[in-house]
Design a protein. Structure first.
Length: 364
């Protein structure tokens, strides 16, 4: 699962990417610094994993990860191939969620591709280009479906109606994620179309250090503009986060964060939020050799969770032994949880809960 960082050129995308991952993407004060997308595999911060490590004392600990992609900046006309338009749109289509970076700070020393700071205009520029590309996709599908619909094909007529609804929304400047559809419409037509503006989005307001805690006027404008999109807005002082990352000493980092009023790096909050944006959750396995966080989709069954470890586990699934994370911590060990009768045995229909500590029995 990939989350793509997008935005206009020079709004702080590559600096943010460097904060999130160990990869050092090139970042500089000029447009189109990023051409080929940079990809980083980022650990998901999770205090529960640290607590399990304390209790089990394993040989190794493996966190959950999420893939972050830093995509080239987009400009007006991208849907028609301007700038790096075609490449940008191709790269973003391959991601599962969008982290849209908006510049929400004033600094005369950092150039803006449009000459002034206006996050709402910037957002609308990118929205329009993505909507135009989606409109192009929808119109091509409509051309094919119309012929079948005219012959009286009921399924084609139904698809035509949904595509027309998409077309009208996009022409009105509405992203697909903000258009209301029934569950059937989503499953049958909208989701298979793989439209860019249907992807879940989080807006990352890049602010200066003084606005890192409570935001600023620009941030309030963004929150008002996206209130109907069901999208999260995260405030992050990307330049400050980069400075913190340069400090080798953990204590120094914590002091820096406390000085600006933060209890943890904003990048940690962003990674966790991106994980949820991708509709992912975590379950754990805990043993002497390894304590590990495994990533599974929200709503996954026990066999599907087992399949994340190995496909044979899913094929030959018999049952799962499950301990709620809170019970594991409360009793302090698997043995004591069992003695207290708090370990559950679950079958194929069990839906995994975030934080479950699991052990699978299978037969191949």
């Amino acid at each position: 699962m990939k989350a793509g960082i997008v935005g206009l050129p020079n709004v702080g995308k590559s600096t943010l990417f460097n904060c999130l991952s160990n990869a050092k993407a090139q970042s500089a004060n000029f447009p189109f610094c990023t051409i080929e997308p940079n990809i980083g595999v980022v650990n998901v911060p999770d205090q529960r994993l640290q607590k399990l490590e304390e209790l089990v004392n394993p040989e190794r600990v493996i966190p959950a990860t999420v893939e972050i992609v830093d995509i080239a900046g987009l400009v007006k006309g991208a849907s028609k191939g301007e700038g790096l338009g075609n490449q940008f749109l191709g790269n973003i289509r391959e991601t599962d969620a969008i982290l849209h970076v908006l510049r929400c700070f004033d600094n005369d020393n950092i150039v803006h591709v449009d000459g002034s700071v206006d996050p709402i205009r910037d957002k609308e520029t990118i929205d329009m280009e993505l909507q135009l590309k989606d409109l192009e996709t929808v119109e091509k599908k409509l051309d094919k479906v119309k012929r079948a619909a005219k012959t009286g094909n009921k399924e084609a007529q139904k698809e035509e109606a949904i595509l027309n609804k998409l077309k009208e929304g996009l022409e009105a400047g509405t992203s697909v994620r903000a258009i209301e559809f029934s569950e059937d419409e989503l499953i049958e037509v909208v989701n298979p179309a793989q439209l860019i503006t249907a992807k879940p989005v989080m807006y990352v307001c890049n602010v200066d250090e003084s606005s890192a805690v409570s935001g600023n006027t620009y941030v309030e404008q963004v929150k008002e503009a996206v209130k109907d999109e069901h999208a999260e807005v995260l405030v992050l002082a990307v330049g400050t986060e980069a400075d913190i990352n340069e400090l080798d000493d953990y204590e120094e980092r914590q002091m820096f964060l406390q000085d600006i009023g933060l209890d943890e790096p904003g990048s940690s909050k962003l990674i966790r939020s991106a994980y949820k944006l991708l509709n992912q959750q975590t379950y754990f396995t805990a043993g002497q050799k390894e304590v590990r966080a495994w990533t599974v989709s929200i709503g996954a069954s026990a066999p599907q969770a087992a399949g994340v470890i190995h496909t044979d586990f899913e094929k030959g699934f018999i049952r799962a032994e499950v301990i709620a994370y809170d019970d594991y911590v409360s009793y302090g060990s698997e043995v004591k949880v069992k003695e207290a009768g708090k370990m559950r045995v679950e079958g194929k229909n069990y839906i995994v809960k975030d934080g479950d500590v699991m052990h699978f029995l299978f037969n191949v």
